[in-house]
Design a protein around this ligand. Structure first.
Ligand SMILES: Cc1cc2nc3c(=O)[nH]c(=O)nc-3n(C[C@H](O)[C@H](O)[C@H](O)COP(=O)(O)OP(=O)(O)OC[C@H]3O[C@@H](n4cnc5c(N)ncnc54)[C@H](O)[C@@H]3O)c2cc1C
Length: 380
């Protein structure tokens, strides 16, 4: 067993840290206020290889491993979780989904641009009546021979407004239940495909989240991913990897808040000494560091499982469940350590606290992770 990072991993982590400090930190408060994220920054992340981290270089990716992916995700998330969710969705849900299950033609046409950051992707599973219960798909994709006709509504879609490529899950044959679900590649601008207004959110406010409408949207048969009926399995497989990304995002939010709290506690004086010298604050720091390190072990284990070719359904669910809990709890502590300053935007920890919450909700709520884990535990 070896807990050390390779020199290459350290270089990758440092490159992401440097990018986050120099490019993401300036303007992060303003972007959160305005709910924006400039295309220019997305292009820069693409140029650094962050939009297709694990994709084979022959499809325009960086050819890195899952450990590199979580290192990059952690560093970006320490500063700007809105940036890291774009990276996570594009990498884990869209690029991975296409590389693992797409045809060669689909990879050449879509993956190469997505992996290089030339285009952006969205993953469209959730619906107003199908969130945790993703099998209750109301969106339909009717087989018309050489094409499908899609009708329905998807909500909460990350990158919903800015994407070029949308992976859409829809029900083709209701009688077959989840085996009658398919996944399709839908291009922006396809007639009948409309993007609703942007959600006004508690956190990750720079990331754009939209409802999407599909009204008789014609999608060629060659845009279906996998065999007929593979759509639900496709969604579950991609989400399993996605959870490693979101776990790493939660880890980054927690460690970003911890680093700010530690620094502040060494500077701020009360009762004649720096507040870190008060045992109540010192013990908070001890708990924060310990919990974050425990979360890091779970996140790294899940990434390692993926790199080894092991099944990572359980380890990714455990990493996400635990790291998101740590992110929520430790960002609250970071605000507390900052006192009144923790309550204002200038000190960043209030944003990290708001951003932490989503990691317990998307790509499967904490309750859903417990369902996955408990099933695995009971099955043995
Ligand atoms: C900012 C944001 C971005 C998102 N991005 C995307 C995206 O890009 N693509 C996409 O497809 N979706 C996305 N989502 C949707 C997200 O994955 C869902 O919100 C999430 O899966 C929960 O579904 P729901 O909101 O319908 O909640 P519900 O499923 O209605 O759940 C409500 C509550 O009930 C609990 N619950 C439900 N079923 C059970 C059960 N069996 N046992 C115990 N508790 C249960 C849940 O844990 C939760 O606490 C995003 C959501 C948000 C807020």
């Amino acid at each position: 067993m070896d807990f050390s990072l390779t020199e290459e991993h350290i270089m990758i982590r440092d490159a992401a840290r440097d990018f986050a400090q120099t490019e993401l930190l300036p303007g992060v408060i303003e972007r959160d206020n305005a709910q924006t994220f400039p295309d220019e920054l997305v292009r820069k992340m693409g140029a650094l290889g962050f939009m297709g981290i694990m994709v084979d270089p022959k499809y325009g990716g960086s050819g890195m491993d899952a450990i590199s992916y979580v290192l990059i995700m952690e560093e970006l998330s320490k500063i700007d979780a809105s940036a890291s969710v774009m990276v996570s969705v594009n990498n884990s849900l869209v690029c991975y989904g296409l590389e693992a299950f797409g045809t060669e033609e689909q990879k050449q046409k879509y993956l190469t641009k997505l992996a290089s950051g030339e285009s952006i992707g969205a993953f469209c599973l959730s619906e107003p009546e199908a969130g945790s219960d993703a099998t209750s798909q109301k969106t339909t994709a009717i087989d018309k021979g050489d094409h499908y006709i899609i009708n329905g509504t998807k909500n909460w879609i990350t990158n919903g407004g800015r994407s070029d490529v949308y992976l859409v899950i829809a029900q083709t044959d209701r009688e077959k239940g989840h085996k009658g679900i398919n996944a399709f590649i839908v291009e922006k601008g396809t007639p009948g495909f409309d993007i609703g207004p942007k959600e006004d959110k508690l956190g990750i406010r720079g990331s754009d989240t939209h409802t999407l409408q599909f009204n008789d949207v014609k999608v060629p048969k060659e845009n279906r991913i996998g065999e007929d009926g593979f759509g639900f399995k496709f969604a579950m497989k991609t989400l399993s990897g996605g959870r490693i990304g979101i776990a790493a995002q939660a880890l980054g939010i927690a460690s970003g808040a911890y680093e700010l709290a530690l620094k502040y506690s060494k500077e701020r004086k009360a009762f004649g000494t720096e507040i870190c010298n008060h045992q109540a604050i010192a013990f908070k720091l001890a708990d924060m560091y310990t919990e974050i390190e425990a979360a890091r072990m779970l996140v790294m284990k899940a990434a390692w499982d993926k790199d080894q070719g092991n099944n990572y359904d359980m380890s990714s669910a455990m990493a996400k469940l635990y790291a998101s809990k740590v992110a929520m709890e430790q960002t609250v502590e970071a605000v507390q350590i900052h006192g009144g300053n923790g309550f204002v935007k200038e000190y960043h920890v209030e944003r990290l606290m708001r951003d932490a919450k989503i990691t317990q909700i998307y790509e499967g709520t904490s309750e859903i992770q417990k369902i996955v884990i408990s099933r695995g535990v009971i099955k043995g």
